[in-house]
Design a protein around this ligand. Structure first.
Ligand code: SF4
Length: 484
């Protein structure tokens, strides 16, 4: 194991006040031999988890294609398979471990198959060690801090027939100008920052993605301008906590400034995720309210509606502060839709504390929500907290919460019936080419029939039926949208 570089918790936890991530431009410079290493070989990258992982997956594909590899959807045909993993909850990890078991059969059929793992599971010290020890089929492992090392690590495997295991635990740098293959031609994710310093007690992200580090505004604007000039109609600004953008830079600008500058570029649809209520300023609410091309949709994680639990979670806001922000947003942003994240069954959460969460849900009546049972993550403080709440009780709470959340999202979707919305077409049904799907400005999923619509078009759709998690509609492009 000594020749392998594995992550360690101590380094992953370090946050030094004056640390500034270096901005490294064009970190991937291929040698002549690396440029042809993938000739005639195919690859498959399976990405799990959040938008940040999707964006990393696009960079990994970009690097592999510069090395001559060709993408294949057919995993059984691939010469290189990379699992780009997520560690946010246990079930995300179980999926990957299950997949590794499955890949054993591929490796038996094709001993030259290279199996790689990257992403947040590779950054978790205990998990990375377990994978390397228990799954010898994993030839390649790298983390969220050294994607640019992929060519050298692959070359080492292919030339020396050894395993390449290199995962760095550190605060992290910013890499600009990395190769990329976008997963869509009409909408794109743009990283505005990486890492997080909030250290919510249940969350593994600060350990797997390092210190919060914002990209320079000019680099973000250049990327957004380039995408818009290339015909992209929707840009989503992504970060673990976008509202903290710029706080780690002494540049005097923040997320509200960035939103306005990106809106000035003129991209038709601008979105952002993920927000943290603690850093959400009035200027940010105003930017969303005043700019036509910033979409009226906000994902505002609550996590719990009880102050004691919020304190144990380290969320740094109270229920009252959260509701004050919520009221500000819905009163200032016209036709806004709000979604959230909620954890039930946090260690020793009482029934009364859970009821407080239900009360906030009754108050906010979210358009959409993601709800989870607390999943202890190794290395996090919450994983070491005493917890006497039986799992059955947690499951009952989740069922009760989901029923309520479902009623409210259906209520909002019912209220859309008869109205016309402009929808960005994302895809075509696999079974019927006239059935398409896309999202409204409020990030509501719509399935509808259209003779003329094409993927990437923005068309007007009249809603015929509101269901719990989606809308049905018809293409009425000759009519005005209700939000025009
Ligand atoms: S703000 Fe989000 S990403 Fe950061 S520690 Fe908290 S939950 Fe995790």
């Amino acid at each position: 194991m000594s020749e392998f570089l594995l992550p360690n918790e101590k380094d992953a936890r370090v946050r030094s006040r004056n640390y500034r991530g270096e901005i490294i431009r064009d970190a991937v410079r291929l040698t002549e031999s690396q440029k042809i290493l993938g000739n005639g070989l195919s690859y498959c990258v399976n990405t799990y988890g959040c938008q940040a992982n999707v964006r990393d997956g696009e960079v990994i594909c970009g690097i592999l294609e510069e090395m001559g590899f060709t993408a294949t959807e057919e995993m059984s045909m691939a010469d290189l398979i990379i699992l780009n993993t997520c560690a946010i909850r246990e079930n995300a990890e179980n999926k990957v471990v299950g997949e590794l078991g499955y890949l054993q059969s591929y490796k038996r059929r094709n001993p030259n198959l290279i199996v790689g793992m990257c992403g947040c599971m590779a950054q978790e010290p205990q998990m990375a060690r377990k994978i390397v020890e228990k799954y010898p089929i994993v030839d390649l492992m790298f983390g969220t801090h050294n994607i640019y090392r992929l060519p050298a690590l692959l070359e080492n495997i292919m030339k020396n027939d050894v395993r390449s295991i290199e995962v760095l635990s550190r605060q992290g740098n910013i890499y600009e100008g990395l190769p990329t293959i976008r997963s869509s031609r009409h909408k794109a994710f743009v990283n505005i920052m990486d890492g997080c310093d909030k250290f919510c007690t249940y969350c593994i992200v600060p350990y797997t993605r390092g210190q919060q580090r914002s990209r320079l505004m000019q680099d973000v604007l250049d990327e957004c301008r380039q995408l818009t000039e290339n015909g992209y109609r929707e840009i989503t600004l992504i970060g673990q906590n976008v509202n903290a953008y710029g706080k780690d830079l002494d540049e005097g600008y923040d997320f509200a400034d960035l939103l306005n500058r990106v809106a000035d570029i003129g991209t038709e649809r601008i979105r952002f995720t993920t927000s943290h209520p603690w850093d959400f300023t009035d200027a940010m609410v105003d930017a969303i309210a005043q700019r036509e091309n910033i979409m009226p949709f906000i994902h505002l994680p609550l996590q719990s509606g009880n102050d004691e639990i919020l304190k144990k979670m380290g969320r740094r806001y109270t229920r009252e502060q959260y509701l004050e922000l919520y009221d500000k947003i819905v009163s200032r942003v016209k036709d806004v839709a709000v979604s959230t994240d909620i954890i039930v069954g946090f260690p020793n959460e009482t029934h009364e504390q859970f009821i407080d969460t239900l009360k906030v849900v009754d108050y906010c009546r979210y358009d959409n929500a993601y709800s989870f049972i607390f999943s202890p993550r190794e290395s996090t403080p919450a994983a070491r907290m005493e917890d006497r709440v039986p799992i059955e009780e947690k499951k009952e709470r989740l069922a009760l919460l989901n029923q309520k959340l479902g009623e409210y999202s259906k209520m909002h979707n019912k209220q859309c019936e008869g109205k016309v919305f402009d929808v960005l077409i994302d895809g075509v049904s696999k079974t019927d080419s006239t059935v398409m799907c896309g999202y409204t400005r409020q990030q509501k999923l719509v399935n509808f029939r259209s003779e003329k619509g094409r993927v990437g078009d923005i068309i007007n759709v009249r809603i015929t039926e509101g269901m719990k998690n989606s809308l049905n509609g018809v293409d009425v492009s000759d009519e005005r949208a209700d939000n025009e």
